[in-house]
Design a protein around this ligand. Structure first.
Ligand SMILES: [Fe+2]
Ligand SMILES: [Fe+2]
Length: 512
């Protein structure tokens, strides 16, 4: 029996999540309408904050949809209903109170849908439960918003009925209610979408794969095994492909063993293909699954040990967040693709070719060599600084004797200067550890080293200094020039990377 890739009971949850995404878009639209309608400053501030939360939560919902691994569309009946509700929000005959009332009902619906999905996921499987963890934030914030909307309704309602202000302690009561909610839900609050870096997303996927393997091996129910295996097959393949496109592509200049990592991904997908051709009742099925689990675990271990530190040390937090966004987009595009197995074959062949050590494209190869060379350069200069400082600190009188020059009058100045040279060397070492950062130290180095050369050259020209001392000035000037070249090529490399990213995107969209 060949497994199809779409028979899964998880699609009901996926549809609910899509409904939530549509409803979230309507909530944002409502927030914007209401902000324009109310004249009360305090209420407007609260609505603005809610709008901010709602926009962020839309991002979280999109992450959850991608992580659940099942692309689905919202129900057409729900779409139609939401369109009608959107029209009501623009209806001039309705009062602001009535519109807020409508909005509060929608918030209630969103909260209850979120909580229901959470409960359902507990029954469907631990993997889905893990994928929807960030949904807790959305649910909690929606509950808090409901409390605030109740307060707003009370104020607007009392004003509309009596023309007077409601009692003063209202907002305090609302805050109390929210604080009580925090007590209940505080422990389930998770990281927001904003704080999620590429490493968080990769880890979520790795954990989900572990859980799916465990679920398959723990049950004897063929239906459950089939359902989990289909999910695992899709998750691992899509994760692997998206990872190659986004993460490996970016990290390759910093990692020589990247072709091995890519090879492992392809092997894991091939192994999964082999298992997919077996019947779940086949006596060999679980033994084969265990083999795949081991291969996938070994690969994940190497990735988390080697690639994660590269991401952490060579990319700024903003770049890592951007990578997370690109990774989600790549996964979502792959999930939407109907002919996944065919696509896997095509992409795997292409990747084999692209990543083979000998045939890795020139740009990638050059970038890798350049990054290594620049790191080495900063470290070499750090070591030169330290050696030079130690020599001139401890062998000063010996050198002066050998050169037949007069002894130093104030050795403490000499010591202060070379102490400073050691400190600057530490700065260069830091740059060499992570060439994406500390570029101001590089700029400082350019100014410092050029100054050293200028001062030494001046005194040599006047005949006050033995030409031997100019040697260190020439070394400094050479490195000052190299530092300038580094800063300009690094800047260009950023632009090239952006350009290659765009090219890549065009190529992928043409293929998909
Ligand atoms: Fe991975
Ligand atoms: Fe991987």
């Amino acid at each position: 029996m060949v497994m199809t890739l779409d028979d899964t009971s998880r699609s009901a949850i996926a549809t609910q999540l899509s409904d939530m995404r549509s409803l979230q878009q309507l909530l944002i639209f409502n927030d914007q309408c209401l902000i324009n309608l109310v004249n009360d400053d305090e209420i407007r501030q609260r609505l603005l904050k809610m709008l901010e939360d709602d926009q962020k939560n839309l991002g979280i919902l999109e992450t959850v949809i991608v992580q659940s691994g099942i692309e689905s569309k919202p129900k057409s009946s729900v779409q139609q209903q939401l369109q009608e509700l959107q029209a009501q929000m623009q209806e001039p005959k309705l009062s602001v109170f009535e519109k807020v009332f409508q909005h509060e009902l929608l918030k209630h619906r969103q909260t209850m849908t979120g909580l229901t999905i959470h409960k359902a996921a507990q029954l469907v499987g631990a993997d889905i439960e893990a994928a929807i963890v960030p949904l807790h934030t959305v649910n909690f914030e929606n509950r808090a918003h409901q409390e605030q909307l109740k307060g707003i309704l009370e104020i607007l309602g009392v004003r509309e009925l009596t023309g007077q202000e409601p009692d003063q302690g209202l907002w305090a009561r609302v805050e109390d209610a929210i604080a009580a909610l925090t007590g209940v839900a505080g422990s389930v609050i998770t990281r927001t979408d904003d704080e999620m870096s590429i490493r968080d997303l990769l880890l979520m996927d790795h954990t989900k794969a572990d859980i799916l393997f465990a679920e398959i091996l723990a049950t004897d129910d063929p239906e459950k095994i089939q359902e989990c295996f289909v999910q695992l097959y899709k998750d691992v393949s899509i994760h692997g492909l998206a990872e190659e496109q986004i993460v490996y592509h970016a990290a390759s200049p910093y990692y020589r063993a990247m072709p091995d990592i890519v090879e492992q991904t392809d092997e894991a997908i091939d192994m999964l293909d082999e298992v997919r051709s077996l019947d779940v009742r086949d006596p060999d099925f679980k033994a084969k699954v265990k083999q795949v689990r081991q291969a996938v675990r070994d690969h994940i271990n190497q990735e988390e040990k080697d690639i994660f530190p590269i991401l952490k040390h060579n990319f700024s937090p903003e770049q890592q967040k951007q990578m997370a966004t690109d990774f989600k987009a790549a996964k979502s595009k792959l999930q939407a693709h109907e002919q996944l197995p065919y696509l896997l074959q095509q992409t795997s062949d292409r990747n084999h070719h692209q990543w083979e050590a000998g045939s890795m494209n020139d740009a990638t190869n050059n970038a890798m060599n350049n990054a290594m060379a620049w790191k080495r350069m900063f470290r070499v200069k750090a070591v030169i600084n330290w050696i030079e400082a130690i020599v001139f600190l401890f062998a000063d009188s010996w050198i002066r004797n050998a050169l037949n020059t007069v002894p130093l009058m104030n050795p403490e100045y000499n010591q202060l200067f070379y102490g400073f040279v050691i400190v600057i060397g530490i700065g260069y070492w830091w740059v060499g550890r992570d060439i994406s950062q500390n570029h101001d130290i590089v700029r400082l180095g350019i100014i410092g080293q050029s100054s050293v050369f200028a001062i030494l050259a001046y005194h040599t020209l006047l005949g006050k200094l033995h030409p031997f001392y100019l040697l260190s000035g020439v070394i400094d000037l050479t490195f000052a020039i190299l530092f300038i070249v580094f800063l300009s090529t690094y800047h260009d490399r950023d632009k090239t990377a952006q350009f290659q990213g765009n090219e890549f995107d065009r190529e992928s969209s043409a293929r998909y």
